[in-house]
Design a protein around this ligand. Structure first.
Ligand SMILES: *Cc1c(COP(=O)(O)O)cnc(C)c1O
Length: 430
């Protein structure tokens, strides 16, 4: 899908998927604020509905602005196809939807964004899908959890809330020998820090809401397909590789090969589930991605400085960040995230729950919000907010116990951020 395969990352983040608007010459990708598109004639309309010609029908399926974004994210991830959706959580459902069915299961890392734990352990059971959570440090338990009803293995590259780097190649090997796709949520890393497809991922999902947009303005998601998986394997993926009744009996894999997953996602998934991204949101995300490679090094440099400062402070029990020399995942970070381990990490504060609450309430520059990956530095006390729905065991696995706050370091002056933490820690311990 990438039209500029020989250019470097910085060039692609500005250009991939876009060209001057053919009718006006507009250089920036226009916001195509339209619901529908006029067919040239009845034959054209029929060809579009047959998927024998690619074009625009209705913005629940595709939109030119959203399409540029899908191609840009796909190119940066090194995929063959992809599409956008209304949020990161929508992207997760969209990625699983063609693979799963009642009675089937996915095996997932237990180190996940809190909302994903809830989505996987509660909400998707209403579809008859089951999630088997595993500790991905114990590869035997990952293998043991997979059975003939397993249709996907799921993990995060840099696992939210930071500090843990998943051994993607080890998981890809297990997924390969089980004949199932590895799905990697690459939200916390972005393709600037980690490119999961190069390490064996089949599908990459994103919350575009976070670093890719980078300024806390929208919600969005994306699913990118490596194009490498054989969906006809053992008859396990009938929606993709046998006649799909929801699309007049089309066998997507036979007809579309490495683009089968992408076309199914648009023609069936977006059409019928309707988790569509709007063109305004795509516009903000495109603007954000243009400066991804300028922002991420600053996020990383600030995170490293602040994590090191906190680690030596005696009001702090522990800092969990894979970019620290003390991290058990330092070598894995160097392998999978050579440009840095991101800017999310957790801090265990002496004084427990009460000190965390005081710290959060005393900060002036840091904002107390349920978000991450913003240009602004953010903090949240996960146990009383994002991870509140989880059991104590789930909180422990997710690194979100009551004495822990999660920081998402922005791109401000690190000295100012350290001064803010210093004064708030003083209040938390007074
Ligand atoms: C935020 C986030 C999500 C969910 O994305 P939304 O856009 O909020 O729906 C999923 N995974 C990770 C790692 C996230 O940080």
């Amino acid at each position: 899908m990438s039209e500029l395969p020989t250019y470097g990352f910085d060039t692609l983040q500005v250009h991939a998927g876009s060209s001057p608007d053919p009718s006006t010459g507009a250089r920036q990708t226009p916001i195509y604020q339209t619901t529908a598109y006029v067919f040239r004639d009845a034959d054209h309309a029929a060809a579009l509905f047959n998927l024998s010609e690619v074009g625009y029908i209705y913005s629940r399926l595709t939109n030119p602005t959203v399409g540029v974004l899908a191609e840009r994210v796909t190119t940066l991830e090194g995929g063959t196809g992809g599409y956008c959706c209304s949020s990161g959580h929508a992207a997760q459902i969209m990625a699983l939807f063609p693979l799963m069915g009642p009675g089937l299961n996915l095996v997932s890392s237990n180190r996940l964004y809190g909302g994903t734990v809830t989505q996987f352990s509660r909400t998707i059971t209403r579809f008859g899908w089951e999630t088997r959570f595993v500790d991905t440090e114990d590869l035997d338990s990952v293998k043991a959890a997979i059975d003939d009803k397993t249709r996907a293995l799921f993990c995060e590259s840099i696992a939210n809330p930071g500090g843990y780097i998943t051994d993607l190649e080890a998981l890809a090997k297990i997924a390969d020998s089980a004949g199932i796709p590895l799905i990697v949520d690459n939200t916390s890393a972005t393709p600037y820090l980690c490119r999961p497809i190069e390490h064996g991922a089949t599908l990459v999902v994103h919350s575009l809401t976070k670093f890719l947009t980078g300024n806390g303005t929208i919600t969005g998601g994306a699913v990118v397909d490596s194009g490498k998986f054989d969906w006809s394997i053992d008859g396990k993926y009938p929606s993709l590789a046998s006649p799909e009744p929801a699309y007049h009996g089309l066998n997507f894999y036979e007809a579309l090969g490495s683009m089968a997953f992408t076309f199914h996602g648009i023609a069936v998934g977006l059409r019928d589930l309707g988790m569509t991204m709007n063109p305004q949101a795509a516009h903000y995300t495109l603007l954000g991605i243009e400066t991804l490679s300028l922002r991420m090094p600053k996020h990383v440099a600030n995170a490293e400085k602040i994590a090191n400062w906190l680690e030596q402070d005696d009001r702090i029990e522990k800092v969990t960040y894979a970019g620290l020399a003390s991290s058990p995942y330092k070598n894995r970070a160097a392998k999978y995230c050579p440009n840095g381990a991101g800017s999310l990490f957790t801090v265990a504060v002496k004084g427990g729950y009460d000190a965390c609450i005081k710290l959060v309430d005393s900060l002036e520059l840091f904002s107390h919000v349920a978000n991450l990956g913003d240009a602004r530095s953010l903090i949240i006390h996960s146990a009383s907010t994002t991870h509140r729905q989880l059991t104590p065991e789930q909180q422990e696995a997710a690194g979100a116990t009551p004495n822990v706050v999660r920081l998402s370091i922005g791109i401000e002056d690190p000295e100012d951020l350290i001064a803010d933490l210093d004064q708030a820690l003083a209040k938390a311990h007074s």
